[in-house]
Write a protein that binds this ligand. Structure first.
Ligand code: SF4
Length: 366
């Protein structure tokens, strides 16, 4: 069977299309690059940049640039969502609405020109094949970009995300070796450990976004995997809230996710007072600068977060608990768990914590 050079043909199609649209859209000061964004907003008023990026497989920088250009031309308005102040909704302006029928006409003319020698059946078949090709390409990009592996998936969790039904994914690997680790199996990954199939994750998330409201990423240490951003972005595009449970030692990754509006809630797991940190995390020495940076960032940022601390009588006592509470001092929620500490001592530690963190409570492991 003779096979055309598909890549050459699609490259010609892309370049000629771009040339045609750039020329025809000049009258509106638009270019081909801005066209899909403008049409997507016009047909889905209130859509977010993340949704456009996900649907069109654009990178964030490209979308931001085109949205800014359309905004400066007076075609788009960017409005803070009333539901979630940190996310932005895009709307077309009256100026855009006035030109849209002409823009559609430009698009229709190009399409008419392209399929001039084709029958209706040819067009239908071509559209079908083309859709298949682009869907397959999108899937491949999704899977490659999301090269993160999850080793366990707890489908439903009612406790981890405040007032939301959550689903929890566990990443593998951690830079600490805490004495109070509840999931060492995700820190020391066995060679025969199976990761969750990506198809299963995607199909679960696509089917359950009406019932489940949040995705939580635990570990191991999720922030060791900056490439998780693709997955978080995918979760956001399906409408999920995102929670990251972290040991706080990767502030740059966490900040970039928060600044990209990929994270809605953080659980910061604190291990010990700074002076004694290395002992608690199984390292010879450890400087808490990075954790301090995370704490300060969360305190200044508008984002919801809570501290979680697991107390172990081998490494914690009243003076260390006091030093830890003093260090964290804040109004945010703080949950204390017992590793091996008796109830009476837990109550005493809770009292110390409440002096500096009034919203402290003792949590039950479920
Ligand atoms: S930081 Fe968390 S995952 Fe890593 S060793 Fe400590 S408890 Fe385990």
């Amino acid at each position: 069977m003779k096979q055309n050079d598909l890549f050459m043909d699609s490259s010609i199609l892309y370049r000629t299309t771009q040339k045609y649209f750039d020329r025809e859209l000049q009258q509106f000061q638009l270019t081909y690059a801005q066209l899909p964004v403008l049409i997507m907003v016009y047909e889905n008023e209130g859509i977010s940049m993340q949704e456009i990026a996900f649907q069109g497989k654009y990178d964030k920088g490209t979308i931001t640039k085109n949205v800014q250009k359309l905004e400066s031309l007076g075609y788009l308005e960017v409005i803070h969502s009333s539901k979630d102040k940190r996310s932005k909704e895009l709307y077309t302006t009256l100026k855009a609405k006035e030109i849209m029928s002409n823009v559609y006409e430009v698009r229709r003319n190009w399409w008419k020109q392209l399929n001039a020698n084709m029958t209706d059946q040819d067009i239908e078949q071509f559209s079908h094949y083309f859709l298949n090709l682009s869907e397959n390409a999108k899937k491949l990009v999704d899977f490659n970009d999301t090269s993160i592996k999850f080793y366990y998936h707890q489908k439903v969790n009612l406790n981890i995300y405040p007032n939301k039904i959550a689903t929890v994914f566990y990443t593998g690997g951690c830079n600490f070796q805490c004495k109070t680790c509840f999931h060492p199996e995700y820190v020391f990954i066995r060679q025969n450990m199976q990761e969750i199939k990506e198809e299963d994750i995607y199909s679960f998330l696509q089917k359950r976004n009406k019932m489940i409201q949040a995705i939580c990423i635990c570990g191991g240490e999720p922030c060791m995997h900056p490439q998780l951003s693709e997955f978080l972005s995918y979760g956001k595009s399906l409408g999920y809230k995102i929670c990251i449970s972290t040991n706080g030692s990767y502030p740059d990754t966490l900040k970039s996710w928060i600044e990209d509006e990929l994270v809605d809630y953080v659980i910061l797991n604190i291990k010990q007072a700074p002076e004694f940190y290395s002992q608690a995390i199984g390292l010879n020495e450890y400087n808490c600068e990075k954790i301090e940076e995370t704490i300060q960032y969360l305190k200044k940022n508008n984002l919801d977060y809570r501290f979680e601390i697991t107390l172990n009588h081998d490494i914690h006592d009243s003076s260390k608990v006091q030093a830890m509470a003093k260090w964290l001092k804040s109004d945010t929620e703080c949950i204390l768990y017992s590793w091996n500490v008796e109830d009476e001592s837990m109550k005493q530690y809770e009292k110390i914590f409440k002096t500096y963190l009034p919203n402290t409570k003792i949590g039950e492991l479920k």
